[in-house]
Design a protein around this ligand. Structure first.
Ligand SMILES: [Zn+2]
Length: 215
C-alpha cells in the first residue's frame, strides 16, 4: 500500500509514519531524509541536490521526484511506502503520478492529519531548544529535569523565533492556504482520508489504519 501523509508541522506526521513503518512494514520516505541520504551517498542526483542547496536554491520538483523514484525501486519499498513532505503543490502531485505510473505503482490513499491551529500553537510554542547542542524539550510533554536548562549541557534553553505563537499562526495559515488545493485534487480522485490528529499516538494510528481499509 502506498500512501501520502499530509499535515502541518506539529501534526505528528513523523510519529505516525514511524509507527506505520513498524506495524505495517511500509517504508517511510521523508523528503528531508532522502535528500540528506542522496547527498551523503555522492550519487549523481545527490551531487546535483548538494550544489543546488549550497547555492541556497529550492530543490526542483524533477530532482525530488527522481529521488523518490530511485527510492521506491529498492526492494524494501515493495510492501509500500509512506511519503511525508511531498507533494506540496498540484504540479508536484502530477509529476509524482507520472513517476509512479512509470514504475507500475499507484497511490492507495492520501491521509490528512488534521489538528486545530490553536492546538498546534500550544504544541509548538511549548518547545524549548538548547542553543548549544540543539536538544529539543517541551514544557509540558518533555520538560528538562531543571526548568529552563538543558539536561545535556546545562545551557539556558531558548524559544526559537519560529516557535513563537504569532509565527506559528502565520505559518499554519500559509500551510492551509497552500495545501487546500492539493486536498481537493486528491478528494476528487477519491483518495483523500481525513483523520483527527488530536489524541494519543496509538489512537491516531488506529484511526489511520481504519481509514486505509478498503470499503
Ligand atoms: Zn544543551
Amino acid at each position: 500500500m502506498n500512501i501520502i501523509l499530509l499535515g502541518p508541522p506539529g501534526a505528528g506526521k513523523g510519529t505516525q509514519a514511524q509507527r506505520l513503518q513498524k506495524d505495517l512494514g511500509m517504508v517511510q520516505l521523508s523528503t528531508g531524509d532522502m535528500l540528506r541520504a542522496a547527498v551523503a551517498s555522492g550519487s549523481a542526483l545527490g551531487k546535483q541536490a548538494k550544489d543546488i542547496m549550497e547555492a541556497g536554491k529550492l530543490v526542483p520538483d524533477e530532482l525530488m521526484v527522481g529521488l523518490i523514484e530511485s527510492r521506491i525501486a529498492q526492494p524494501d519499498a515493495a510492501q509500500g511506502f509512506i511519503l511525508d513532505g511531498f507533494p506540496r503543490t498540484i504540479p508536484q502531485a502530477e509529476k509524482l503520478d507520472q513517476a509512479l505510473a512509470g514504475h507500475k505503482k499507484k497511490l492507495d490513499a492520501v491521509v490528512s492529519l488534521e489538528v486545530p491551529i490553536e492546538t498546534l500553537v500550544e504544541r509548538i510554542s511549548g518547545r524549548r531548544s538548547c542553543p548549544r547542542d540543539g536538544s529539543v524539550y517541551h514544557i509540558v510533554q518533555n520538560p528538562p529535569r531543571r526548568e529552563g536548562f538543558c539536561d545535556l549541557c546545562g545551557a539556558s534553553l531558548v524559544q526559537r523565533e519560529d516557535d513563537k505563537p504569532e509565527s506559528v499562526r502565520t505559518r499554519m495559515q500559509a500551510y492551509e492556504a497552500s495545501t487546500a488545493p492539493l486536498k481537493d485534487f486528491y478528494a476528487r480522485r477519491g483518495l483523500l482520508q481525513v483523520v483527527d490528529g488530536v489524541g494519543a499516538p496509538e489512537a491516531i494510528e488506529a484511526a489511520v489504519v481504519a481509514a486505509l481499509k478498503p470499503r
